[in-house]
Each structure stands twice: as structure tokens, then as C-alpha cells.
Design a protein. Structure first.
Lengths: 146, 253
């Protein structure tokens, strides 16, 4: 039941973000599926491993690779699919907690949370770059075999 | 000779216009550079250099004549993925030889002045739905769904509304998050919502500079140091605006 709720909300949230970022209408549903897949990987991995950095990396890799394939197939820029897909993974909640702790004069806690935010956004960026590299390597291998 | 000179300038104008539209709509730095160089190559300029930063583009074309360089200034940046896709398809058509220089220029000029965004109220509705869903994704309770939708919608409405009158993005973000904080505090106070933290987090997600942060780190990794750092600074400023807006409300508690 919990998982179904997560699936539905992540799909809707990602598609709604597609509207805010003004993605083309015909890509909204695909954006929703990309975001849903990424979020579910994150949600399950985080639940069983307890390591949110690793979970974020895995989810971003999925989002990146799927976006590259979709972009190739529909001949649109990758950014349309990847941006909406990574939005659920962005550590907005943690960033908020960091700020809140700063305001409440709990600097130690705030710095620790801030470091975590940096790590998480770093792992999102790393996942995206890594999926791009994988895509290029695969393309080069395919070309070499032809 | 004179003809060739004006043609080079026209090619550069087309490339710069395409780059400008892409950059203003949130295209990545490397994609803007790549698109501009591809378009120049399709029109016969083999050697071109482009230097793209979030606030301006420098483009220079080498040829038989002396090297020509043009600069274009970027003042406003937003996220408008449809325009990125449209410029991309125009550049594809140029590369395949479907479009000539004049028609490409007309198409791009049309696109530049075109407003292809979703209607105002649709955007607000999307933000409100997204806020509610994010609240659930961050392990909130379903009972807070409606309050989160309400605060998220009002907050995003405020952001778009203020942004029309105050050209400084920092202030509209600050005011929007201030409204979000105040409204969610009020809703929890009268008993309509349960968890203040979850409602606020869900609602500010529509303002959070997630795209900017990732693009910044990505640009840095790809070696675009100047644009990476300046995008990072922009993201930090946005996060700071949101945080301080909420902080003002929290400090009164």
C-alpha cells in the first residue's frame, strides 16, 4: 500500500514539474514514468541499505540512462527527461533542515546536514555524468563492431 | 568579397540567436556550445569557437577573411524546456540541409518572441499538486495532503506574481517562501495540518534550485569552470532566499 502511494505520488509530482518547467506536452507522461522509476529505486534502496547517497547514485544512474535512450528515440534534448526525473531526488528537505538548524543556533547539526546535502547533490551530478559516459562508450563499441 | 562578409555575419547572428534562446531557457552549457558550432559548420564555417557563460556568449568564426567575433548578453534566465527542444529541432533541420540561412533566422526570431509557456493558472495548479505529492514522498501523512497543496499553490502563485513586479528574483523567492512559512504555520495552528516541517518542505520543493545545483556541479565536472561557479552562486542565492524566508517565520515561533 505504501509503495503504491509512493508510485502514484512520484509519477504525478514529476509530471507536474514537467508543467512548471514547460516541457512539451507530449513528453509529460514519459517524464512522469522516468521520475517514478528513479524515485522507486531510491525509495527501496534507501529503505534496505540505509545509505541515501548510494540510493541517490543508483536512482540517478537509472534516470540518466533511460533519459539518454528516450532522447535518442524521440530526437529531443536529454535535459527534458533528466531534469524532471532528478527533481524528486534533490535533497530539498535536507537543505531545509540545514537552514532551520542554522536559525535555531544549532550550528554543529546544521554543518553536518549541509555536508550531507553537498554529498547528495554531488552524487546526483556524478550519476548524470556517469550515465552520459556509459552512453558514449556503448555507442563507440557499437560503432567499432560495425 | 563584400557579400561573403555579410554572409558570415548573418551566420553568426543565427548561431548567436539560437544560443541565446537555448541559454535563456535553461539549456546546458555544453549543449549550447555544441549546437552553435554545429549550425556554423552546416552553413560552411568549419572553424568556430564559442565561449558560453550564464550571463553572455562570445562566438567567433574563422575563415578566409579576418576572424570575426560577436558577443551577446544574457540578462534573464528561466526554465522553458519546450524552447530548448524547438531550437534543437531547428538546428537538426539546418544540419540536414532542410533550412537555409534566411528562413532559419526568421524561424528563430519568431521563436524568440513567442511565449510557449503553460497558462498561469495551470502552472499554479501543477505546483500545488506537486507540493502535495512531495509531502507524501517525504513520508508525510495523507491528512496533510490538502494543507500542503494549499500552501504550495499559494506560495508558487506569490512567486510568479511578485516576479512580474519585482525584477530581482531573490526578493520574489524570499517573499514566496515567507508566505509558505506563514500559511503553513497558520494551518497547523488552527488544526488543519499536523506536521509543520513536512508541509513546509513539500511546499518549497517547487522553488528549490535543484536543477541549478545539478547543472552547476555538472558544468564543473565537464570543465566549464566559469559557468559552473556562477550557476552555483545563483543556486546558493536562491537557496539562501528560500531558507531565510522560512527562517523569518520560524524565528517568531
Amino acid at each position: 500500500m505504501d509503495i503504491i502511494g509512493q508510485l502514484v505520488t512520484s509519477f504525478i509530482a514529476t509530471a507536474a514539474f514537467g508543467v512548471i518547467f514547460n516541457a512539451p506536452k507530449e513528453t509529460l507522461v514519459k517524464c512522469g514514468f522516468v521520475g517514478m522509476g528513479g524515485w522507486i529505486i531510491y525509495y527501496i534502496a534507501e529503505k534496505y541499505s540505509g545509505d541515501s547517497v548510494l540510493a541517490t547514485l543508483g536512482a540517478t544512474l537509472f534516470v540518466g540512462i533511460v533519459s539518454q535512450e528516450l532522447a535518442k528515440f524521440y530526437k529531443t534534448p536529454v535535459i527534458i527527461f533528466s531534469v524532471a526525473g532528478i527533481i524528486p531526488l534533490v535533497p530539498g528537505g535536507l537543505a531545509y533542515d540545514t537552514m532551520r538548524n542554522f536559525v535555531e543556533d544549532d550550528y554543529y547539526q546544521a554543518l553536518a546536514l549541509g555536508a550531507k546535502v553537498t554529498l547528495l547533490s554531488g552524487s546526483i551530478a556524478f550519476g548524470l555524468v556517469f550515465s552520459e559516459v556509459i552512453n558514449q562508450v556503448v555507442r563507440r563499441i557499437k560503432r567499432a563492431n560495425l | 568579397m563584400e557579400n561573403e562578409k555579410t554572409r558570415t555575419y548573418e551566420i553568426m547572428e543565427v548561431c548567436l540567436l539560437a544560443g541565446k534562446i537555448m541559454l535563456q531557457s535553461g539549456g546546458e552549457t555544453y549543449r549550447v556550445e555544441d549546437t552553435m558550432m554545429r549550425m556554423a559548420a552546416a552553413f560552411g564555417i568549419e572553424n568556430s569557437h564559442s565561449y558560453v557563460t550564464p550571463t553572455g556568449i562570445i562566438f567567433s568564426a574563422e575563415g578566409a577573411e579576418p576572424t570575426k567575433t560577436k558577443l551577446i548578453r544574457i540578462l534573464t534566465r528561466s526554465t522553458d524546456l519546450k524552447k530548448v527542444a524547438m531550437v534543437n529541432s531547428i538546428s537538426r533541420r539546418i544540419s540536414s540541409g532542410e533550412l537555409d540561412l534566411e528562413s532559419a533566422l526568421t524561424l528563430l526570431k519568431e521563436l524568440d518572441s513567442l511565449n510557449v509557456t503553460f497558462p498561469f493558472m495551470v502552472q499554479v495548479a501543477a505546483a500545488s499538486i506537486a507540493s502535495g505529492c512531495f509531502m507524501i514522498m517525504f513520508r508525510g501523512e495523507w491528512i496533510d495532503f490538502i494543507p500542503a497543496m494549499l500552501t504550495g499553490g499559494v506560495g508558487y502563485f506569490g512567486f510568479l506574481y511578485f516576479h512580474r513586479y519585482i525584477p530581482i528574483k531573490f526578493f520574489s523567492e524570499f517573499l514566496a517562501s515567507f508566505i509558505i512559512g506563514l500559511l503553513s504555520f497558520f494551518l497547523v495552528k488552527i488544526g488543519a495540518g499536523q506536521q509543520l516541517d513536512k508541509i513546509i518542505i513539500g511546499s518549497v520543493m517547487t522553488l528549490v534550485p535543484g536543477l541549478l545545483v545539478t547543472n552547476a556541479v555538472r558544468d564543473l565536472m565537464a570543465g566549464h569552470l566559469v559557468s559552473g561557479l556562477s550557476k552555483g552562486a545563483e543556486a546558493f542565492l536562491t537557496a539562501f532566499a528560500i531558507g531565510s524566508g522560512i527562517a523569518v517565520v520560524l524565528s517568531f515561533l
